[in-house]
Design a protein around this ligand. Sequence first.
Ligand code: NAD
Length: 473
Amino acid sequence: MYINGVWQSCENNFDVFNPATGEKIGEVADGGVQQARAAIDAADAAFGEWSRRTAYDRAEILYKAWELMMARQSELSELMTCEQGKPLKAARNEVKYAADFLRWFAEEAKRVYGQTIPSARPDQRFIALKQAVGVVAAITPWNYPISMLTRKLAPALAAGCTVVLKPAESTPLCAIAVFKLLEEAGVPVGVANLVTASQPAPIGREFCENSLIRKLTFTGSTAVGKLLARDAAPQLKRISMELGGHAPFIVCEDADPVHAAKGAALVKFLNAGQACISPNRIYVHESIAERFLETLTERVAGLRAGNGMDPSNSIGPLVAEPALDKVARQVEDAVAKGAHLHTGGSRILENGLEKGYFYAPTVLSGVTDTMQIYREETFGPVAPVVIYNDQDDILALANDTNYGLAAYVYTQNISRAMRLFEGLQFGIIGVNDINPTSAAAPFGGMKMSGMGREGAQEGIEEYLETKLGGFSV
Ligand code: NAD
């Protein structure tokens, strides 16, 4: 753990495993409420000095961190592949994406503008000032174990906040690597603190109940997000919630089915389907369904699962045994209710992969709204295809979910693209585009997918208060 500028051990440690091999790859300190409190106190003590520094000073440190991260892209990617499982190429892309947030918010730090507002009274002036909210508590998930940290740390530090971060229990080593880099970049003592823990709930509660925390930022499941939002409510803490998703992927009747199928195969199987913006319902118009399914199945059947350190593998393991069980349960339920299995459909138990958590890349068609996979987030390498016949129904079908994070549309008709873009109740829409993300673009969801936005200009607003000054002159 990194608390008040000191790397600390603890009475107990917990083990970290490689999900591709089942091997133990490290041991980290198992922190608890006591350590969380010490970290919050350190962040509180550091807040005054850090928030009063000029934005230029803070930006310099973030630029330095960006440089260090890019210089260490290879070693950080290798660590990520060992700890989280995604193939090395995807890990490299994630490190670059993570570093982008450091650079973007180094730039945004200098653009925290207030306002002067004309008054109706001749003897009055209004000034609206933006100020850092205070000490921030951050909780991050395992699926993007470096970029989800910088997406919170960079804007918080840029705004002048100090932070206590608790990473996911399966990926603490990536978090430690990020904090080593921040220390080296010159982040002052107490400004960024890391508490690793195997038991997240008591720390989450401390973050919600400790009155020194003014803002809680969380990325993870909707269930935990709701719990934290509830616990943060008595003190009316500011919260940002980046939660689960159930993304529709709409292939309209006028789309090129081959192009769309290639896109679906790419985005669905990113990180073995363990992404919050992963398509969960692929709606294909019946007039092009056959061609689409043919291409999708061919592409998916050609994906090689295995240890991400081998560049010929494009699908890594799932995070742990329960994730495999969830995927298997959803696939069994769908098949039992009449879905057609085109490829995959089982855990991989050969060629040494039985030691890890590998599930064969899977395509299902004939998926209907009675199946679990149609409503629950899958978080695994399964592409469920729903065939529809009336283009006019598609908007209602796609919006029929409690989630509202990402959606995708394939069409060659500009009016249809615009109507769907405007009508879809999701925070991120890819139109003939499978990667609508960037440090410069606002990321976040509607409905049960959360509140607040990360990245972009909006990302820093989450860490700022507006203070109004009325001056009589
Ligand atoms: P999770 O909610 O189980 O865990 C996320 C984090 O919360 C981890 O650090 C975990 O230790 C912590 N946590 C768990 N229980 C807690 C508790 N009671 N109190 C405090 N903290 C607690 O989710 P996960 O399985 O690690 O991550 C996958 C989920 O994250 C998916 O639902 C995915 O869609 C979502 N996600 C969302 C985004 C986004 O930007 N919207 C990005 C990545 C992942």
